[in-house]
Design a protein around this ligand. Structure first.
Ligand SMILES: [Zn+2]
Ligand SMILES: [Zn+2]
Length: 147
């Protein structure tokens, strides 16, 4: 599907010109909770070449378990749009809440559910992992359900 999105204030937008494969998952880790100010984060994995981005962004980079993660935010309103990580070269890890199509994209997996909020009930038939899945396990689930 073609995708488009942007930040809260409108200074930054992105869109794909062709159909892109998108895999959505929810992360319940405590970093995602803190970072989002919510109970979990919804991430979409996409090819970094899928999108053209317009507008000024700022970057926040940090080291995590031997990998470098670079987060890209609107320079004006500081909406976090996506990050890249050296653990998954060539991919954008996009914040699904910045997509116009977010209502039609549901997660295929939930990770770090050992930190899931106790009031949140997940569907019985969805893949979950207490922490990070292995790349092989994760890839098998995400590739099976790509839209
Ligand atoms: Zn903005
Ligand atoms: Zn997380």
């Amino acid at each position: 599907m073609k995708l488009a999105g942007g930040c809260r204030c409108g200074a930054v937008s992105y869109r794909s010109d062709s159909d892109v494969q998108v895999a959505v998952y929810a992360c319940h880790c405590q970093f995602c909770q803190t970072w989002s100010g919510s109970s979990f984060a919804l991430h979409a994995l996409l090819s970094s070449e899928a999108f053209v981005l317009q507008g000024p962004t700022v970057e926040y980079a940090y080291e995590d378990q031997g990998h470098t993660s670079r987060h890209h935010l609107c320079a004006t309103c500081h909406t976090r749009l996506y990050n890249t990580t050296t653990a998954a070269p060539g991919l954008w890890v996009l914040r699904v809440g910045t997509l116009e199509e977010r209502s039609s994209l549901s997660p295929m997996a939930h990770i770090w559910v050992k930190h899931k909020q106790p009031w949140l009930r997940l569907p019985d038939n969805i893949a979950t992992w207490p922490e990070n899945p292995t790349p092989e396990e994760f890839g098998a689930v995400l590739n099976a359900g790509q839209s």
